[in-house]
Design a protein around this ligand. Structure first.
Ligand code: PMP
Length: 352
């Protein structure tokens, strides 16, 4: 706390990001990054973008990137918004669509950035407890008016709602924006993007961080009705019109164009997720049915925090949440087969 801080800085309750250890030899399974490198075509495009043109500002409208996204998602280009990671897209969406005089709803256990944004922008929020099986309470999110935000699949559980369930939430709130955060949707859940044609109150956000192995690039996007996109553009242009830099634009466009690499790496991650789930279950752990690139796990024979610490001592980072409701669980990102074999070997040794 400093006397120089504004009220906003004093009252902020910032998000605490997962550890980013500087030791390159650790096995990093704590922040849901993609274990594979970005597409070689994306790396090449970025190298080529490092040239004298960097003296110029990037395109404030990012039209080329938006066109690539529109093509991929099967929507008109004026239904696409792009931002510096989906975190930024979500922050803009909170400002653009939610007001301080009406509470929004979100699951009680969910991506912890949502309450941070809500607090930052003075938006009251109601946290709806998960059901006993840890799934999102669809009826709970539909109770009373107010905007809604939830991830599908949810984080950190990895459990997904069906498109029909998502639609029922969107249809129930026609006068409020419903944000569906699809950061992990590509790993096995049903996307709600096709519903944006029908529902002007639906905003779907996505990211290249996970599915396209570009967390370091910071590129995310939103798809929604033209009026929602215009709202986001108003907020963005009141903050930083050049929010995606030239190198990121080049990398993102090339990565999205490299479908074969995307398909191959995605399938590998899903396959690994399946055998790791099986092996953890064999060891007596409870594992939520994940549609994401991570597993939400309740260890057996060892406490969650101890498991996290013991793995860390052996150079394997997973996520332990020291938060009410999450104490008994850890979240493990899906790494390469070799990384996951090492994880399983260590766990086996720890509990035997
Ligand atoms: N939504 C969810 C549910 C997430 O877990 C994350 C990543 N931590 C994000 C959004 C943000 O992703 P990014 O800013 O890298 O696009």
């Amino acid at each position: 706390m400093s006397k120089f801080w504004s009220r906003t800085a004093r009252e902020a309750e910032p998000y605490v990001p997962g550890e980013q250890p500087s030791d390159v030899n650790v096995i990093k399974l704590n922040t849901n990054e993609n274990p594979f490198p970005p597409s070689p075509l994306a790396l090449e495009a970025m190298e080529q973008s490092i040239n004298a043109d960097l003296k110029k500002y990037p395109s404030p409208t990012a039209d080329r990137l938006k066109a690539v996204i529109a093509e991929r998602e099967g929507v008109d280009v004026n239904k696409v918004f792009v931002g510096n990671g989906s975190d930024e897209v979500l922050a803009f969406a909170f400002q653009a669509f939610f007001d301080p005089n009406e509470a929004i709803k979100m699951p009680e256990i969910t991506y912890s950035f949502y309450p941070v944004y809500a607090n930052l922008y003075d938006i009251p929020f109601q946290q709806i407890p998960l059901q006993n099986d840890l799934s999102i309470d669809v009826e709970g999110l539909k109770r009373s008016v107010g905007g809604v935000i939830f991830p599908n699949p949810n984080a950190p559980t990895g459990l997904a709602l069906s498109r029909v369930e998502v639609e029922s939430i969107v249809a129930h709130n026609p006068n409020q924006v419903v944000i569906v955060d699809e950061a992990y949707v590509e790993f096995g859940a049903e996307s709600a993007i096709s519903l944006t044609k029908q529902y002007p109150n639906l905003l779907v956000t996505k990211t290249l961080s996970k599915s396209h192995a570009l967390a370091g690039l910071r590129v995310g996007y939103a798809i929604g009705d033209v009026a929602l996109i215009e709202g986001l553009e108003r907020i963005k242009n009141s903050f930083n019109s050049y929010t995606i830099n030239r190198v990121s634009l080049a990398g993102a466009e090339a990565a999205l164009a490299d479908e074969p690499y995307y398909d191959e790496t995605l399938q590998a991650i899903v396959k690994t997720r399946e055998w790791v789930t099986h092996d953890l279950e064999q060891l007596g752990f409870w594992v939520a049915e994940s549609k994401a690139n991570f597993l939400f796990v309740k260890p057996n024979g060892i406490g969650a925090e101890t498991l996290y610490q013991q793995l860390k001592a052996r150079g394997v980072y997973i996520r332990y949440f020291n938060k009410p409701g999450l104490e008994g669980y850890v979240r493990i990102s899906i790494g390469t087969d070799d990384e996951m074999k090492r994880l399983i070997d260590i766990i086996q040794a720890l509990i035997s």
